[in-house]
Write a protein that binds this ligand. Structure first.
Ligand SMILES: Nc1nc2c(ncn2[C@@H]2O[C@H](COP(=O)(O)OP(=O)(O)OP(=O)(O)O)[C@@H](O)[C@H]2O)c(=O)[nH]1
Ligand SMILES: [Mg+2]
Length: 365
């Protein structure tokens, strides 16, 4: 009896080599997916390893002499035997394959996957998204039995699904609007951004507020503008707004603070549209708070994105440990994240978004 292991890129290739070397009588006794040895093997796709045996006795079977058999019968028998052999080989290769490709239910019972699924669900990510991430691991050929490989695989899948982008500032004046629901941190974030771009990066920055519904709102931004030492214009209507823009035409950057709008009040959201139509901003950043509920994110995105949102800002990241919803929003909207805010302190609690930081937030690592 001859036993031999064959490694190939696919089951088909392995079976062809077996057939060529051992002949069609060879039996397949084991198939498994293996990784090439060494550190480089980790980055290679998995290979198929098939163990085949050839029974020595099969060659000594009784062979009738040609003369003992009617030639027609013989011809038919040879054809029939060939057909049966082919059938058996197909069945063998299919059953061999089925040990490699498992059903989704079985796949999820593999320990490292079960663990990572639980961890991702704990972040607040939806079952749907977790399923998609795990499916990507399988497509990427990750060794699902190896905890480190699964963790590394998840990192890579997250990395390719998430997008971040800082403001471009490629023309003058570069007009950026911050929009969002009430109390998410728009005004505080504008103060942090103004300090970053004026004090740290030496840009000429002007602030305009169109949030004139509350005296306190204007006072709040005025205080920040005075501390940072940059000009602030208050616009009660579109006319004021255009005049303010005109006064700031020599600025490098203009940030516009808007009133908090309920995503459920389309009239309020519509008022914003009028200002946007009066002067098309270079960028519109939608501020979403880490403390919102997942259902709220959906309606917020649905109400604000049609205004022409170009970036997302994730605020109040310090107020929760669960950031799975951020993955949902970024992947569903495909809008890049520009900044993350991590506290009430102006200007320090602001971070320029990076994919690594987002992954760190989501996975808690
Ligand atoms: N913990 C935490 N609090 C924040 C953060 N950003 C803002 N806040 C606080 O959230 C509250 C509301 O912030 P604002 O900047 O006034 O929010 P807004 O979106 O301008 O609110 P409206 O103009 O009323 O819609 C304030 O108490 C801020 O100090 C943050 O990143 N983390
Ligand atoms: Mg405000």
């Amino acid at each position: 009896m001859q036993v031999k292991k064959y490694r190939a890129d696919s089951m088909k290739e392995a079976l062809e080599s077996i057939k060529k070397e051992l002949g069609p009588e060879a039996l397949i006794i084991e198939t498994r997916k293996v990784r090439s040895k060494g550190i480089l093997g980790f980055f290679q796709p998995l290979k198929v390893e098939v163990t085949a045996v050839l029974e020595g006795t099969s060659k000594q079977l009784y062979q009738p002499k040609a003369a003992e058999i009617d030639p027609k019968v013989m011809e038919n028998t040879v054809k029939e035997v060939a057909r049966l052999k082919e059938m058996i080989n197909t069945i063998k290769s299919e059953s061999a394959l089925s040990t490699v490709i498992k059903s989704p239910e079985e796949v999820l019972q593999i320990k490292p996957l079960e663990l990572i699924k639980k961890r991702l669900l704990d972040t607040g990510m939806s079952l749907d998204s977790v399923g998609c991430l795990l499916k990507e691991l399988i497509f990427d050929g990750v060794d699902l039995y190896n905890v480190a490989a699964v963790e590394n695989g998840i990192y890579n899948v997250l990395k390719k699904s998430l997008k971040t982008k800082a403001p471009m500032i490629n023309k003058k004046p570069y007009l950026i609007l911050l929009v969002g629901t009430t109390g998410v941190g728009k005004t505080t974030t504008i103060a942090k951004l103004a300090a970053k771009y004026h004090l740290k990066e030496d840009h000429k920055v002007g602030l305009i507020t169109i949030d004139t519904y509350r005296i306190a709102a204007v006072e709040q931004l005025k205080t920040y503008a005075e501390i940072i030492n940059i000009p602030l214009e208050v616009a009660f209507n579109k006319d004021d707004y255009q005049k303010a823009l005109q006064r700031f035409k020599e600025m490098d950057l203009i940030f516009v603070d808007t009133a908090g709008r309920s995503q459920n009040n389309m009239i309020q959201v519509g008022e914003l549209r009028e200002f946007i139509a009066a002067q098309k901003p270079a960028e519109i950043h939608l501020v979403i708070s880490a403390t919102s509920k997942i259902d709220d994110y959906r309606s917020i995105v649905a109400a604000f994105v049609p205004l022409g949102v170009t970036h997302l800002i994730y605020s109040k990241a310090d107020e929760t440990l669960k950031h799975g919803a951020l993955f949902e929003i970024l992947t569903k909207t495909q809008i890049p994240l520009s900044f993350i805010t991590t506290g009430q302190k102006v200007p320090e609690d602001l971070e320029t978004a990076s994919v690594e930081k987002v992954i760190e937030l989501i996975t808690g690592d």
